[in-house]
Ligand binder design. Sequence first.
Ligand code: FAD
Length: 418
Amino acid sequence: MKGDMYFASASDEEILKRGEYGGAVTALLKFALESKVVDAVLGVRKRSGNNRYDGVLDLITDPEEVKECAGSLHCAPVNIARNIKEYLDGAKQMKIAVPCKPCDARAIVEIAKRKQIDRDNVLLVGLNCTGTLSPVSAKEMLISEYEVEPGDVVMEDIDEVDGTWKLTVTLSDGTKKEKDLEELEQKGYGRRENCRRCDVNIPRMADIACGKWGVKEGEKQSFIEVCSDTGTEFMDKAVESDAIKVEKPGGDTIAERKKKDEDAIELANKCKEEYLKELREMSLEDRLAYWMRYFDRCIKCFGCRDACPICYCKKCYLEPDRGYVPGGEVPPDRLFPFTRLAHVADSCVNCGQCQDACPAEIPLTRLYTMLNDELSPMFEYVPGMDVEAVPPLIAAKEEEETLIDDINLFLAKGGEGE
Ligand SMILES: Cc1cc2nc3c(=O)[nH]c(=O)nc-3n(C[C@H](O)[C@H](O)[C@H](O)COP(=O)(O)OP(=O)(O)OC[C@H]3O[C@@H](n4cnc5c(N)ncnc54)[C@H](O)[C@@H]3O)c2cc1C
């Protein structure tokens, strides 16, 4: 049933060993393929050997190959929703199971609402997340701050230890090295900027949400919350088939998981406040001038648009032949970033892909987060969170169409009636 919670681990000994926290996710993905619940699994795996910094997506149809994806890659902010939409025909031709972080799941929810992905064909195996790291800066950080060889790291972990957030790395010989996360981030290392501000750590918009929070230190298990009817049916089948072993968590562990989530939200809000305080305190004119200085750096490379998991228009307003943002002009018209801003106003899920892609280093997600923060309460809509809610701009369009239908009906009746 939706809301059910489990401690789960893989029944298969090899998966139990290879998995990050007991391999339940790998076992569930393998089971989804074997039982033909899906046609393929879209997993994330290391490109080669122990290279944790080149995480790639892999479309898998052989259940045995799912094992290659076991483990959590914290330095692999792969753009899952964009890949499903762009390269897998929006999962319209086949059913796929996808392990995904909250921002991936939110992007999939948003894009499904825009009919670019067939949500019924995607089984979302959500992973709790407190942030990812950019691979290149992560390697620099490991060398300069941790004084370790990046290739020697076998695990990363972000957690609160005695009231302080730590980024701990485990080396191949079992040694652990930890550093204060906030200090690292002040030096420009640590998590990607958008991740620092993200307050969605448990992906309840997915079909199931899996994570280590609530599990006793050292136990090879994950905590799973069932979040949808599809998730319920899938978990029931998986338990019945003995693909995973489950136990019911006690009230204390449920409370501990809740507390971890609350602490992570508190950290995100603190980071958000630090980033946005200065901007919030500015007058509207100063705020505009602040962003204009950044917009003047835009080179109109289309990187942000092309990386955005939500953007989907085949005939994009930003293309020069549309005449909206004139072609043949250098530097580009400021309307380019403004148009993008208007387009993501009701849909940005703070995944950070646009900012990662921007060669001019414009802090785009900072702008979109600020806008979303102000618009969400107004529209009572937080992108990607509620799978049923209609996005404000689509709702406005539907209202407009109803109004146009009413006017047409009124005119057809010769202008009589209400
Ligand atoms: C970046 C990241 C951060 C996390 N942070 C937390 C946290 O703060 N708190 C918490 O409770 N849990 C967190 N988790 C979840 C946790 O690490 C485990 O993934 C979860 O407990 C399931 O364990 P498992 O042994 O069943 O997974 P496994 O059987 O090891 O399977 C892991 C699955 O994750 C997929 N995967 C690996 N890297 C990525 C990635 N970058 N993006 C998308 N999918 C990926 C793999 O393809 C694989 O299918 C995080 C996971 C990731 C990927």
